[in-house]
Design a protein around this ligand. Structure first.
Ligand code: GDD
Ligand code: MN
Length: 361
């Protein structure tokens, strides 16, 4: 059986035109269609359910509180019954006539198949200069992360056998737009990938979700697939926030000293010192929550308890920092190196334990 996955976000205009065309084209083949909608504000899921009344092969998953093309497609795969999965834009941009051919090709080679706009016989249609140019650059960058070389790793139109999908599933990155690229990054290098040409069409209705945010996510994706295997992006972001946090700490320290009219002193429990530390913790929590761990952002009551937990984590971190610094300093190391190594150990502690304990990722 073939499972056709249609991820949708705000496609209520397209589905009623697309679904009957697909049904007609697939004819007597054994298939199911799974629409995975991220609770679209235009109620695409409602339109899809209406269509499902008329077409029993059509199933609808309405995901609430989650967004993202890759994770929607993965969820569709996980719900699918077929031995081969095909993924297609739900806006009419991909070639319906290719669905069965892609499925057969992936079944035959046991791996994957895909529609390509950049091989003989294919085309990107009339894209404006910027989009065509951005796609070329994205494609060029994609080549150095893929296990298998293909002409169009950014085409969103492909088929994968159940076996290949299940093999790479634990390694997939549900963040972002690039599910096909992610598969090509993680499949074994000897996986067969058949390419078939197609021409990218105009959308039936609605607008593209290929936004600036999606492009930035793509750069993050490339980072994660290369250097990020050794040095996670979240650690880099955490360090950037940490360095700004040091500045906040010093500023708060200076302001509170001035207000209290205290001369500089470094007693462990001086008010300005504690004020500086707490200001940095507040600052770090806020930015790490909003930026570093934005994909696991804590909101409402969870943000309050998360903040409390983060304080506990940082208290241990500060202890580790001071203990390491004192140990090295007594062992004869210079002041600056002892302080720097102590601060580094404290920060690594806060990152590792904060990630697990505060953000649960
Ligand atoms: N469930 C869900 N959640 N679906 C989404 C989301 C999301 O967050 N974002 C987009 N989609 C759906 C759209 O509704 C559409 O059916 C499909 O995913 C692709 O999104 P489009 O908005 O149509 O993207 P595009 O046509 O501009 O981009 C095309 O070209 C890219 C490469 O240049 C697509 O074919 C991409 O897959 C392709 O990578
Ligand atoms: Mn599209």
């Amino acid at each position: 059986m073939l499972s056709l996955i249609l991820p949708t976000y705000k496609e209520r205009e397209s589905l009623p035109i697309l679904i009957p065309k697909i049904v007609e084209s697939l004819g007597a083949a054994e298939y199911e269609i799974i629409v995975v909608d991220d609770d679209s504000p235009d109620k695409t899921w409602e339109v899809a359910r209406g269509l499902a009344q008329r077409h029993p092969q059509l199933h609808v998953i309405r995901r609430v509180g989650r967004r993202g093309l890759s994770s929607a497609v993965i969820e569709g795969f996980l719900a699918a019954k077929g031995d081969v999965f095909v993924v297609m834009d739900a806006d009419g941009q991909h070639d319906i006539g290719l669905i069965l051919k892609l499925a057969d090709a992936a079944r035959e080679n046991g791996g994957m198949s895909m529609g390509s706009r950049y091989m003989e016989g294919g085309s990107v249609g009339d894209w404006t200069g910027f989009r065509a140019w951005a796609s070329r650059i994205g494609t060029a960058l994609a080549h150095w992360v893929c296990q298998v070389r293909v002409t169009d790793p950014m085409s969103g139109f492909f088929a994968v056998s159940r076996g290949t999908f299940e093999e790479v599933l634990p390694r997939l990155n549900p963040k972002g737009f690039k599910i096909l690229l992610d598969l090509l990054v993680h499949v074994p290098a000897n996986t067969q990938v058949k390419e078939l040409p197609f021409s990218f069409q105009e959308r039936i209705g609605g607008v593209s979700k290929f936004s600036t945010q999606v492009r930035l996510q793509y750069l993050e994706f490339l980072y994660d697939a290369t250097v990020g295997r050794y040095l996670p992006l979240t650690l880099i972001k955490y360090c950037v926030v940490g360095v700004m946090g040091v500045a906040v700490n010093l500023a708060a320290y200076a302001i509170v000293s001035l207000l209290l009219n205290e001369s500089p002193q470094f007693g462990l429990f001086s008010t300005p010192l504690l004020a500086g530390i707490e200001a940095a913790i507040v600052f770090n929590f806020f930015f790490n929550n909003a930026w570093t761990f934005s994909y696991a952002k804590l909101r409402g009551w969870k943000a309050v308890t998360g903040f409390a937990k983060y304080n506990v984590v940082c208290a241990f971190g500060a202890f580790a920092n001071i203990a390491v610094t004192a140990f090295l300093y007594r062992g004869g190391m210079g002041t600056v190196s002892s302080l720097a190594i102590g601060a580094f150990i404290g920060m690594m502690w806060n990152y590792t334990i904060g990630r697990l304990f505060t953000w649960n990722v």
